[in-house]
Design a protein around this ligand. Structure first.
Ligand code: DGL
Length: 257
């Protein structure tokens, strides 16, 4: 048994949606979460900035003696996963937009891939997309603005219509088979996006995210490398580069939502 914690990283609070899943699937681990809230959103930054910030955050998490790192940020994965893996002496698990399960399940209609501006431009993402069957029509939709609002604790149905309208109005009335939540923040507004899709599109509009798949991969690696813990009650420690007194209550709320 390895008592060291699992380190979880995101640019902000979005990674709490992955941690929430990890607490369900792997409840006998201890977790240290780091959100680089001061520098979020990463999605509007240049690749060089995202790389530097991600490496700095990875080093910070390493200072807690973590045994494995869970990169719970699609934007950081797309930009920095190779460099982080090269730099760290521990295994690193990462998340990427769930277009593969979407292509496997969607029978008809377009697949909208909602993510940060940076993710939709990344080479790593485009390589993944090139491997999908040609018959699947994946349309990338960068959604600037959503992350900032979620970071303010806004999560309600109807409270994102202005932003969603500005990014999705071109698809009004179209047959949409699936919507991929390609940013870990968006998982917290799943119902908001489902409600919007129901009002503006036709088709099944099934939602996909990579959270459970990523946590199952984390479980496999812990198991294969003999790194599992068996603690009775998981502990979760929260760290942020932002204003902790404001962010900690929001983190707790999101984790329990
Ligand atoms: N949560 C992050 C992701 O999954 C990105 C948020 C940001 O733009 O900082 O891509």
């Amino acid at each position: 048994m390895d008592k060291r914690p699992v380190g979880v990283f995101d640019s902000g609070l979005g990674g709490a949606s992955v941690l929430r899943e990890a607490l369900k699937i792997l409840p006998t681990e201890n977790y240290i979460y780091y959100g680089d809230n001061k520098n979020a959103p990463y999605g509007d930054r240049s690749e060089q900035e995202i790389l530097e910030l991600s490496l700095k955050s990875a080093d910070f998490l390493m200072s807690f003696g973590i045994k494995i790192m869970l990169l719970a940020c699609n934007t950081a994965t797309g930009t920095a996963i190779r460099e982080i893996r090269e730099r760290l002496s521990i295994p690193v698990i990462s998340i990427e937009p769930a277009i593969k399960p979407a292509c496997e399940e969607v029978i008809e209609g377009k697949i909208l891939m909602l993510a940060t501006k940076a993710t939709t431009k990344m080479e790593r993402y485009h390589k993944l997309k090139a491997k999908m069957p040609k018959c699947c029509e994946i349309v990338d939709v960068p959604c600037p603005g959503l992350v900032e609002r979620i970071e303010q604790g806004v999560l309600g149905i109807g409270e994102f219509d202005d932003i969603l309208n500005s990014h999705l109005r071109n698809f009004e009335g179209e047959n949409i088979g699936g919507v991929v939540l390609g940013c870990t923040h968006y998982v917290f507004i799943k119902e908001v996006i489902a409600d919007y899709a129901k009002r503006h599109f036709v088709g099944s509009c099934k939602l996909f995210d990579g959270n459970a798949g990523t946590v199952h991969q984390l479980a496999r690696v812990l198991n294969n490398k003999g790194l599992q813990n068996d603690c009775k009650k998981p502990s979760v420690e929260f760290h942020t580069s932002g204003e902790e007194t404001i962010l900690k209550p929001l983190f707790d709320k999101l984790l329990n939502s």
